[in-house]
Design a protein around this ligand. Structure first.
Ligand code: AP5
Length: 190
């Protein structure tokens, strides 16, 4: 059987990596495995080698065409990986010049996902998680800006479903309910 391709998205700090790691640990006990890939890491390897960025949080500030080229290279590399693949990325990236589609047509045609997951929660919870995470250089914006970004991501998701025929699954990752989000994610991956 051909492997499954699942794309996981969510605004920075919503907790997508935390939920994914929990779900993969559960599935491993059942003998279900995925190669877990981070789109940003694939982009950053090239960005760092070419001298465009010194850390991953600088990438969203790069010129749009540079970011698009990095996207293209990352998608091509990831499309070569066989088996069940899970890709941790963004439906859209908030750049200083506006929203950049995270999965434009040329990226989707390489990846052809079965399902795209949107991880969401209330904007005030995301704001607090960003403030508490000292390991990253998070963009500081208010709850209104985060709400707008989540709303845009649903619109991007609809257009991605139109392009590929994939399904869109929304998973809520609320405070104190991480276990529920993890179970929902595991159900999508089974
Ligand atoms: P990436 O590395 O994916 O950055 P990110 O969005 O900041 O992702 P993180 O993994 O850091 O955040 P997360 O939401 O997964 O949260 P976490 O689990 O850490 O991408 C880096 C860069 O690559 C991007 O900025 C962009 O430039 C580029 N890029 C990537 N894809 C691209 C694309 N397609 N096109 C163009 N550019 C692209 O959790 C955060 C915190 O919340 C933690 O402290 C955690 O403990 C806490 N938490 C999680 N869940 C809960 C809960 N239920 N309750 C309470 N706390 C919780």
């Amino acid at each position: 059987m051909a492997g499954r391709k699942v794309i996981i998205t969510g605004v920075p700090g919503v907790g997508k990596s935390t939920v994914v790691n929990g779900a993969l640990a559960k599935l491993k006990e059942e003998g279900i495995t995925y190669q877990s890939l981070n789109f940003g890491t694939f982009m950053f390897e090239v960005a760092q080698k070419e001298g465009y960025a010194k850390d991953r949080d600088e990438m969203r500030k790069l010129d749009k065409d540079v970011q698009k080229n990095l996207q293209k290279l990352a998608a091509k590399a990831m499309s070569q990986i066989p088996g069940n693949v899970l890709i941790d990325t963004h439906a859209s990236v908030k750049t200083p010049k506006g929203y950049l589609a995270g999965l434009p047509e040329w990226v989707l045609r390489e990846l052809m996902p079965d399902v795209i997951v949107l991880v969401e929660t209330d904007e005030d919870q995301i704001l607090l998680r960003r403030i508490s995470d000292a390991t990253r250089v998070r963009d500081m914006e208010g709850a209104g800006g985060i709400a707008e970004h989540q709303q845009f991501n649903r619109s991007f998701g609809a257009s991605y479903a139109m392009t590929t025929g994939c399904t869109i699954k929304i998973i809520r990752n609320q405070d104190f309910l991480l276990e529920r989000a993890t179970m929902d994610m595991a159900d999508v991956l089974r």
